[in-house]
Design a protein around this ligand. Structure first.
Ligand SMILES: Cc1ncc(COP(=O)(O)O)c(C=O)c1O
Length: 445
């Protein structure tokens, strides 16, 4: 048996505590038990096999992919076992742990800038495509559009779940990243047993109808850069294979991820939290004859310094055990004015008044009614700082960099963590900017 034979056949674990009060059965498909640590081992193996069979990947070849995530790890593991080189392109915001995991498998990691539009030649997928074309023997896995990705789940994940529930499954719930899992397993389960397929999506992701603004749960949903010309969805996602999509807030996802560890003994990543929140919503409307299966893509080990870290939670304004005060939220937090970054100076000085401070955002089409996400904010500007500026100049020319602090973070930590030149700090609640506070106010708290 090789390590690749250990991919798949993961157990189904029944949830017993977070399901209190529900009569439907809820089972979790434990994909974090795959050898590379995630559900993505399945797609990676299927894509490599299909490429070998098609003659696109030959002995001595180079596997190329653009992802900081689990697919890169799966491909790196397979490359090591099969004797290929692996070249993985990751955005510069990727965690050190993820980059080190790829290197541990012997993959070569190429770092490019994150947070740019798909059209930008520096975008991860563009760099990966270029490297695959330029490298002799190079083959681009292309998980977003590769039919072998959903194919892996139609051939393995779906049939396993059907067999493990003895055909009793009534509802299947999974997050949507590339869409491979839900489209492949979903199509199989629907055709085999008229199973209802439910997607679990971060609130602001566009799959479930959100505005595309940033969110905190990694690897699922579809973020859209505000400057994107044309939003393209992955071909691995077949929206018709999904009956409905449940939208889940970051706060709900993170809270559930932590509960799973403490109440069920299941240390999973936050995309599992999102899927379980959706699964419990589904199960609430069902009776004892129903069997809900929810897919858990990866382990919580990769996120110990994020969702499981109380200081990280407080810095982002998510609920955490209380810290010793005084806290940022104890001070005089004001509600910010929100203006498009291209607005003229006069919008702030003449219209809003001399004491106003504005958050400058990159506007989005069909924006939700959510508070601005830090990633959408160019900076902030005070009317007092632009009184002598050209009234027609765009406000973004005067933007001060944003310094976000958490509403439940101790004031002293917020001050020491941010630059002394930041006179106004942006206050985060549940990861979004809900207020502003001056440095002086925090110093005198
Ligand atoms: C942690 C995690 N959750 C969910 C997903 C989504 O799976 P899929 O791409 O099959 O939609 C991924 C995929 O990268 C993942 O890494």
């Amino acid at each position: 048996m090789s390590v690749l034979d250990a991919i798949g056949d993961t157990p189904l674990i029944r949830l017993t505590r977070v399901t209190a009060g529900l009569t439907a059965e809820v089972h979790l498909k434990a994909e974090f038990l795959n050898p590379g640590g995630s559900v993505k081992d399945r797609a990676a193996l299927a894509m490599v096999r299909a490429a070998e069979e098609a003659g696109e990947l030959r002995p001595g070849g180079v596997i190329v992919e653009g992802t900081s995530g689990n697919t890169g790890v799966g491909l790196a593991m397979i490359a090591a076992q099969r004797g290929y080189r692996a070249l993985v392109v990751v955005p510069d915001k990727s965690s050190e742990e993820k980059i080190k995991t790829l290197r541990a498998y012997g993959a070569e990691v190429v770092i490019t800038v994150g947070g740019v539009t798909r059209e930008d030649p520096r975008h991860v997928s563009q760099v990966a495509a270029r490297l695959a074309a330029e490298t002799p023997g190079g083959w681009l896995a292309g998980q977003y559009d590769n039919p072998a990705n959903p194919g892996a789940h139609a051939a393995t994940t779906g049939p396993e779940i059907w067999a493990q529930t003895g055909g009793r499954i009534t509802h299947f719930v999974a997050g949507i990243g590339t869409g491979g899992t839900i489209s492949g397993a979903g199509a199989y389960l629907r055709e085999t047993g008229a199973v209802t397929i439910v997607g679990a999506d971060p609130e602001s992701s566009v799959y479930g109808g959100g505005d595309g603004s940033p969110y905190y749960v990694e690897s699922i949903g579809h973020y859209v850069h505000p400057d994107t010309v044309e939003d393209v969805w992955p071909q691995a996602y077949h929206p018709k294979a999904v009956d409905r999509v449940e939208r889940v807030t970051d706060r709900e996802s993170i809270e559930m991820t932590r509960r799973l560890a403490r109440e069920e003994g299941i240390l999973a990543g936050a995309s599992t939290g999102t899927a379980v929140v959706a699964a419990l919503r589904v199960a609430r409307r069902l009776g004892p004859e129903s069997v809900v299966v929810v897919l858990a893509p990866d382990s919580g080990r990769a996120y110990l310094s994020k969702y499981f870290d109380d200081d990280w939670l407080r810095r982002a304004g998510f609920p955490a055990p209380p810290a010793p005060g005084p806290l940022v939220g104890d001070g005089p937090v004001t509600v910010p004015l929100v203006l498009p970054a291209g607005s003229p100076v006069r919008e702030l000085t003449a219209v809003a008044g001399p004491a106003a401070v504005a958050l400058l955002v990159l506007p989005r089409r069909g924006a939700d009614d959510l508070a601005p996400a830090p990633g959408d904010v160019v900076g902030l500007v005070a009317a007092a700082d632009v009184t002598h500026a050209d009234p027609g100049a765009p406000l973004r020319d005067f933007a001060q960099p944003l310094s976000p602090v958490g509403i439940g973070e101790p004031a002293a930590e917020a001050l020491s963590r941010t630059s002394g030149t930041a006179t106004r700090l942006a206050v985060l609640t549940d990861g979004r900017i809900t207020g502003l506070i001056t440095r002086t106010a925090l110093e005198t708290e």
